[in-house]
Design a protein around this ligand. Structure first.
Ligand code: CAA
Ligand code: NAD
Length: 280
């Protein structure tokens, strides 16, 4: 089986690492060699850490890296059996990529999206093979988190679902099937908590540190919601809130204005060096 992962950001590199570690030849594609190189460097760093901790052998690390093929041309998808898209959370950009993939890939190639919230049915409509389009929603950090939400669009076929279900089990993750609704389950629940935490900060209820401490020490969450927003990317958090606000046409999903202000300032969280917290 040959795979292409499009987008070498935090999600794409994690998905590619996991696929390669299970013996799949995997293209890691992005718009520039520099970005692909950064993704591969990050994967190498994590693998080295795992060797040092004796979780994997040096040979396993070598094999995983050998299974990864850097790519800056979507034409490389021509010989793939499945493409997993993990680019920015934007319908227009994702639809363009899916329309291009529809032209490039073999007719039986499955086109999966790692979207956090966008309608799979609409992404599928950008192609002439909606039966082969499916949501495969991994959690961050991909090598650590066990869950994959599987989301069928209106036209997704049983064959496509079964293929992706079996692939999820093969990479030792747990699939959960969710209907094609904005935010699915994960983000419908999680982002409401993050948005409410942003409102607490916006209204001056407490400091970011104290809001996070309440959730960490009071509710046993591994990270506070504002730290988690920085880790996910505040641009992604805002996009998800906007998709749910529009998709459900319900004011309970309104994004906190502070999220928009941070995105306008370029404070996207860990990836840009500043969000609710600052990073080296
Ligand atoms: N890639 C690979 N491995 C990573 C990693 C990364 N980016 N970050 C951490 N790890 C590994 C570490 O190597 C470590 O491995 P060992 O147990 O073998 O030592 C393990 O994860 C734990 O890491 P740390 O000890 O450094 O730190 P921690 O105990 O604080 O755990 C965490 C880190 C796993 C990220 C934990 O803080 C956590 O679970 N946070 C919440 C994560 C979460 O909620 N994810 C979902 C986000 S929402 C989403 O993904 C959906 C969406 O659409 C937005
Ligand atoms: P990111 O900003 O880290 O990476 C996105 C990457 O996509 C960038 O490297 C960018 O250069 C690349 N890209 C943009 N347009 C492209 C194109 N046309 N062709 C190839 N590459 C392109 O974002 P991320 O956090 O990895 O999120 C990616 C997707 O995964 C989004 O849809 C997001 O909603 C979803 N997601 C994110 C998380 C999270 O915690 N961050 C969790 C689950 C799902």
């Amino acid at each position: 089986m040959k795979i292409m992962v499009i987008g070498a950001g935090q999600m794409g590199s994690g998905i590619a690492q996991v696929m390669a570690s299970f013996g799949k030849k995997t293209y890691l594609n992005d718009v520039s060699e520099e970005i692909v190189g950064k993704g591969l460097q990050f994967i190498e760093k994590i693998l080295k850490k795992n060797v040092d901790k004796e979780k994997i052998t040096e040979e396993q690390k070598k094999q995983t890296l050998e299974n990864l093929i850097p790519s800056t041309s979507m034409q490389d998808a021509a010989d793939c059996d499945i493409v997993i898209e993990a680019i920015v959370e934007n319908m227009e950009i994702k639809s363009k990529v899916f329309a291009q993939l529809d032209e490039i890939t073999k007719p039986d190639c499955i086109l999966a999206t790692n979207t956090s919230s966008l309608p799979i049915t609409q992404i599928a409509a950008a192609t002439k093979r909606p039966e082969k389009v499916i949501g495969m929603h991994f959690m961050n950090p991909v090598p650590v988190m066990k869950l994959v939400e599987l989301i069928e669009g209106l036209a997704t076929s049983k064959e496509t679902y079964d293929f992706v279900y079996n692939l999820t089990l093969e990479i030792q993750k747990t699939p959960v099937t969710v209907r094609d609704v904005p935010g699915f389950i994960s983000n419908r629940v999680l982002q409401m908590m993050i948005n409410e935490a942003a409102y607490c900060l916006y209204e001056g209820v407490a400091t970011a540190e104290d809001i996070d401490t309440v959730m960490k020490l009071g509710m046993n969450h591994p990270m506070g919601p504002l730290q988690l927003a920085d880790f996910i990317g505040i641009d992604t958090v805002l996009s998800i809130m906007e998709v749910m606000h529009t998709g459900y046409a319900d004011s309970k999903y309104r994004p906190c204005p502070l999220l928009r202000q941070y995105v306008n300032a370029g404070w996207l969280g860990k990836k840009s060096g500043r969000g609710f917290y600052t990073y080296e």
